[in-house]
Design a protein. Sequence first.
Length: 107
Amino acid sequence: AGILWGACLAGYVPLSALVPSLVRKDKGAAMAILNLGAGLAVFVGPLIVGLFFGAVGAEGVCWILAGLYLVSAILTRFITLPVHASSELTKEPVVTTLEPLRTIEKT
């Protein structure tokens, strides 16, 4: 259960980096909503543990949390990238890690 939970949790690490590319206007508001969701998880997590720990134990709570992450992973499949975001992403040049080295070689 713990491995599944960790694997599902790892998918949310780049979420804060993706939000600015998904939102054209009001990026600050979008980041605020993202932070609200993270803060809400700090409240809901202990609530879930408090409600279910006595009935199902630690392993059961891990399975409940893993199930919630699985449901949220399925729900993220329905998130679509706006058309403007994909066109903006292709306009900006992609800088690779070797790009600064190529610039140094030319000088």
